[in-house]
Design a protein around this ligand. Structure first.
Ligand code: B12
Ligand code: SF4
Length: 536
């Protein structure tokens, strides 16, 4: 039986916890020989019942339980810790992770725990465990995690199991921290980025690849800043997509996801990016706001012109799948200025616009604007903005529904042609907002729309509200529906579907073929991996 269990509740099974694996890998190095073999790593998901989690943890009979606390699991984990302390008050409970690293004095979970390690846990957690098992007993409840030079850390990649490699998204980090200071983001507190030693890191990537790993998500906040490193990493993956003749394969089984800053894409990077085949490379590009005043207010340095050029290049000249992030609710942003930014981004045609609503993360400096901009945040996780001096609560609610419907209709990729009718001419944002308001008034729902129901609703909106010609609407929706591969019968397409099942018109067949070629690698698991990678 393990004396120490390290555990966390992941958002979903597909996300494997890199943080826990960092702790596990460093148990011997920083806690002394023999500690790793007394430690077991056990992961759960937030959908599991706290009593079931507690039952499984107690069955392991540990003396110490370390829990990774994040914004997505703090509510459920508080219940787990409460149950553990009720049933077995003698087991030492140690917390760590970003959510437990700030405002510890005001959090119920920190009150219930024996110790809280703030910040990095790689060194301080093993040392604390050694002290808890063998003494001398630690005096402090809250311990500031030591932040050592990265070369003193053992790398965590051997901790990924064969099952992780086969079924889950593998998180890897070539660097930690971020040199930028965007005030809504926890990484703004780092002030700089630290890189792992490149050769050591590449050797680990190679070992993972040799063991069969194919889905890599880099958690580096600023992948494209240290260009020599980025080049080496991109080249590593390109080399593994070559066949025996040295040609890059059209449909490789590799998938790599990076987060990039948008205004820096030197030619050396472009030359490599352009070689990645469809389905193998995904970029998350943080735009957040195109409004220079807002950018300045939240200390986000971003060259908007270069950002636009780079996005245009990525979408036009590479086959990378591009997700661009925007945040609604930043201090001083109005509905109009946000709409302008949204339209500017939409024009640049990234494959997905990830529409986030501002959250007040514990520890982030965005709080300095709370009084001046009357920022009211939900006190419950994920601490989403409810209203501020420029956006009333009712408007914020409208925009939250917009974000939800945008996921369903635009980011789902199921309405390529229908969207073109919906979002033009003029402001794409305003058209979608009108659709969103209409959808809400008509259905009163934001979830659980069957695809067929959505097709009918889009048809009704486009024809009855927008006055678009019924034939054009039906042709577009039929092509989208057929391309989605669904086989039921939306009412508005019933007749056309019956006809098209006899002879599929050429235009639809072509659209379907195009769509399929764009999604070469998107069999069900790959699609899940891509979605999960983009969710951060
Ligand atoms: C992967 C990831 C996710 C995954 C979830 C992964 C999972 N396991 O389930 C997904 C994509 C679902 C996700 C979603 C979100 N995420 Co996220 N995500 C990350 C990301 C990119 C990587 C985490 C990671 O592996 N880091 C590397 C490891 C080494 O660092 P670490 O996890 O912090 O672990 C270290 C310490 O924290 C500590 N530690 C960790 N566990 C433990 C346990 C013990 C006992 C101890 C002592 C120490 C300790 O030691 C580790 C080593 O030093 C981070 C950004 C980043 N680069 O860290 C954001 C981050 C964690 N996410 C964040 C946010 C805000 C979100 C979202 C709210 C974003 C949104 N959509 O608006 C959502 C929430 C989802 C939800 N359902 O509500 C914030 C966290 C805020 C918080 N207080 O938790 C981060 C830090 C981003 C940021 N810079 O602001 N995310
Ligand atoms: S938003 Fe991105 S660039 Fe800004 S501080 Fe966070 S990680 Fe760094």
């Amino acid at each position: 039986m393990p004396r120490i269990v390290i555990t966390t509740l992941n958002a979903k099974y597909i996300h494997a916890s890199l943080g826990l694996r960092c702790l596990a890998a460093n148990m011997d190095v920083h806690g002394g020989a023999g500690l790793r073999e007394q430690t077991q790593l056990r992961e759960f998901v937030i959908q599991q019942r706290p009593t079931q989690i507690v039952e499984e943890l107690l069955a392991l009979e540990p003396e110490v339980i370390g829990l990774g606390i994040y914004i997505w699991n703090v509510v459920e984990t508080t219940q787990v810790v409460r149950l553990l302390k009720t049933l077995r008050p003698d087991i030492k409970i140690v917390l760590g992770g970003p959510e437990a690293s700030f405002e510890t004095e005001s959090q119920e979970i920190c009150r219930l725990a024996d110790h809280v390690v703030t910040g990095w846990g790689d060194v301080s957690f093993p040392r604390l465990c050694r002290a808890l098992l063998d003494g001398p007993k630690p005096l402090m409840k809250v311990i500031a995690g030591e932040q050592p030079a990265l070369e003193t850390l053992a790398l965590p990649y051997d901790e990924y199991t064969a099952e992780d490699l086969a079924k889950r998204l593998l998180y890897v980090e070539a660097s930690r921290g971020c040199p930028f200071k965007c005030e809504f983001c926890l990484s703004s507190l780092d002030k700089t980025a630290w890189a792992f030693e490149l050769e050591r890191f590449m050797a680990e990537m190679d070992a993972l690849y040799q063991r069969g790993a194919r889905n890599f998500k880099f958690v580096d906040r600023t992948f494209n800043l240290k260009v020599d490193f980025s080049v080496r990493i991109l080249q590593f993956f390109l080399d593994r997509m070559k066949n025996e003749a040295g040609e890059i394969m059209a449909a490789p089984d590799l998938f790599v996801h990076f987060e990039v800053v948008p205004d820096s894409l030197p030619d050396r990077l472009k030359a490599l990016i352009a070689q990645f085949p469809a389905g193998s490379l995904q970029f998350e590009v943080g735009i957040q706001s195109f409004n220079p005043e807002v950018q300045q207010r939240i200390s986000r340095r971003q060259d908007n012109a270069k950002t636009a050029d780079n996005l245009r290049w990525l979408v036009g000249q590479s086959q990378a799948h591009v997700h661009a992030d925007l945040i609604f609710g930043l201090p001083g942003e109005t509905l109009e200025s946000f709409a302008e930014g949204f339209d500017r981004l939409y024009e640049l045609a990234p494959h997905e616009i990830q529409f986030g609503i501002l959250k007040r993360l514990r520890g982030t400096p965005i709080t300095r604007h709370t009084a001046d901009f009357a920022m009211a945040y939900d006190p419950q996780t994920p601490y989403t903005i409810l209203q501020n001096s420029t956006i009333a609560f009712a408007t914020m609610q409208r925009i939250k529904r917009f974000a939800r419907y945008w996921e369903m209709v635009a980011n789902s990729g199921r309405f390529a042609l229908g969207l073109r009718l919906l979002l033009a001419p003029g402001s794409a944002f305003n058209h979608f907002l009108n659709f969103s308001d209409w959808l809400w008034q008509t259905t009163g729902k934001t979830h659980e729309f069957a695809l067929e129901k959505l097709v009918d609703l889009l048809h009704e909106h486009l024809t009855a509200v927008r006055g678009v010609g019924a034939d054009d609407v039906r042709a577009a929706l039929l092509a989208d529906y057929v391309a989605s591969g669904a086989r039921a019968r939306p009412k508005c397409l019933a007749e056309l579907l019956d006809a098209s099942r006899t002879v599929l018109p050429m235009a639809f067949a072509k659209h379907r073929a195009e769509r399929q070629s764009r999604h070469v690698n998107q069999h069900a698991h790959r699609e899940e991996i891509q979605k999960a990678a983009a969710a951060a």
